[in-house]
Design a protein around this ligand. Structure first.
Ligand code: AMP
Length: 503
């Protein structure tokens, strides 16, 4: 156990913050729709991309490091024959700069070929890997996706597909949204607590499974619904429909709130909520909880934009004390005071603090006239290490801002994520050992306020107990070695799951 301020315990398995997709079409090749869908999910992973298809006779695979646009050339797509397949984009994580962890993972074995795309992070992958290795399974990577693939392949030697998946779901512990191809059959599985998103869409001539509905929109499809926690969805090979099997049921979900705050595209609908609206609503709450009168409100582009627009809208309706504004008082001005250079990668992945600081400056440039001589509120979705806010406050002050107030659309991030978001270690998180006023001092802002966890639950219309708030509370939905997991839920225990269908 740690007191929430100690060292980050060893991670079991490797963090996989990724995007997954699967399609089954009525005759048409799946490669191109998969490719477009991966483009729509590019924000979920930039390290590698891949597609696996099956043409009824054999499996085809093309997986490489790089962005979707760089990984696939025209000829590669032509080589990916077959009307069913899956795809993956992988987020960069430390120590994974080789192709061994690139996905979809594919394997051929006695009862067919298997492709697997995983978003999430298992917390007991090492145990299962050791067990399978002792049985003779040879592993080519240290990722947990391969562990799932081997476990499933083993079960498929003895069971039909549905039972094999159910068996694997009973063994693996952690967060996972999976798309799987077993020969021509495409499946989608969401972990019993629904930690990572996965949804089903209808296309003109088939069905799609995707991490986010934006991928369905890109293909002019229609969102059918989210895959339910613990559900297995099997797409018909002829693209005519899908079957659903509720394989595992638990009393509580653990939806990741950070998908809504930062990770997902604003134009995606996740667990029935449009991410953009959720962010705007969080911004409105931020004004209600900690609004401060300033000359101008500006977002940190792009992550703070929806929050700032909600914040400024609410500021136009009420004063910080909650009083309705008089008709002649427009509240605060909303302005784009910071311009973003789109060609700079995410600051987060820069390996050294020096590079991260340089990257913030490369990425954001202020528009002096909207800042000089003014009191400014700058809004972002989150503070992780504090690099962005420290640099920004300095930048705005250098531009002549009279005061700089920082408002954050999420609670303090005090603990690491073990469920699939690459967040930083506890020692790196600025809020792990500082309270809000100490952080304010560290970033040199005139004031700083975060959103409350209750506001997050309120906006997502979910009980706190049904959200994974691990990074802001240190209480996780699964037992993590070295962490205190006192979230009061029906925590899964391998023997204690309720199986909805017959074993
Ligand atoms: P930092 O500069 O370390 O405080 O990180 C905060 C900035 O990184 C904010 O602008 C966020 O939008 C962004 N951010 C938050 N979480 C992540 C993440 N998991 N990966 C990459 N960027 C993130």
């Amino acid at each position: 156990m740690t007191d929430g301020r100690g060292e980050t315990p060893r991670r079991t398995g490797m963090t996989e913050k990724c995007g997954v997709v699967g399609v089954a079409l009525d005759g048409r090749d799946a490669a191109r729709p998969l490719y477009y869908a991966l483009y729509a999910l590019q924000h979920r992973g930039q390290e590698s991309a891949g597609i696996v298809t099956h043409d009824g006779f054999q499996q085809h695979s093309h997986v490489d490091r790089g962005l979707v646009g760089d990984v696939f050339a025209e000829g590669d797509l032509e080589g990916l024959a077959g009307s069913a397949g899956i795809g993956h984009v992988r987020y960069p994580t430390a120590g994974s700069l080789d192709t061994s962890c690139a996905q979809p993972f594919s394997v051929s074995f006695k009862s067919g070929s298997l492709g697997l795309s995983h978003n999430g992070n298992l917390v007991n992958a090492d145990e299962i890997r050791d067990e399978l290795a002792a049985l003779g399974h040879a592993f080519t990577s240290d990722g947990d996706t391969e562990v799932i693939a081997h476990d499933l392949a083993r079960n498929l030697l003895e069971e039909d597909l549905i039972r094999a998946v159910k068996r694997t779901m009973r063994r693996i512990h952690g967060s996972y949204a999976l798309t799987i191809s077993h020969d021509e059959t495409v499946l989608g599985v969401r972990d019993p607590q629904g930690n990572r998103p996965l949804c089903i869409g209808r296309l003109e001539d088939g069905y799609i499974l995707a991490s986010e509905s934006a991928a369905i929109d890109t293909l002019d499809g229609e969102l059918v619904r989210d895959v339910r926690p613990g559900e297995l969805v099997v797409l018909d090979a002829d693209g005519q429909g899908f079957d659903s099997y509720q394989l595992v049921e638990e009393d509580n979900t653990a939806h990741c709130f950070f998908e809504h705050v930062y990770f997902a595209r604003p134009d995606s609908v996740i667990d029935d909520t449009l991410v953009y609206e959720a962010r705007r609503e969080l911004g409105r709450k931020l004004w209600t909880e900690s609004g401060v009168e300033t000359d101008v409100v500006m977002p940190v582009p792009d992550s703070g934009r929806a929050f700032a627009s909600g914040y400024a809208e609410a500021a136009g309706e009420t004063t910080p004390d909650g009083e309705a504004r008089p008709e002649d008082d427009d509240g605060v001005e909303f302005a784009e005071g910071l311009m973003k250079n789109r060609y700079v990668g995410r600051t987060f992945i820069m390996p050294t603090q020096d590079e991260r600081e340089r990257a913030v400056r490369l990425k954001l440039n202020p528009i002096k006239s909207t800042i000089e001589g003014k009191t400014v509120t700058v809004i972002d979705d989150s503070i992780v290490r504090g690099t962005t806010s420290t640099q920004l406050v300095q930048l705005l002050k250098d531009c002549g801002a009279k005061e700089v107030h920082v408002r954050i659309g999420a609670p303090e991030i005090v603990a690491p994520c073990y469920m699939g978001i690459d967040m930083a270690t506890r020692e790196e998180l600025i809020a792990s050992d500082k309270d809000t006023d100490e952080i304010r001092e560290a970033i040199d802002a005139d004031s700083l306020a975060y959103l409350s966890t209750d506001a997050v639950a309120d906006v997502l219309e979910t009980e706190r107990i049904d959200l994974c708030l691990g990074c802001v509370t240190g209480e996780y939905p699964y037992d993590i070695e070295g962490e205190e997991a006192d979230r009061e839920v029906d925590r899964p225990d391998l023997g204690g799951r309720t199986m909805a269908a017959d074993d």
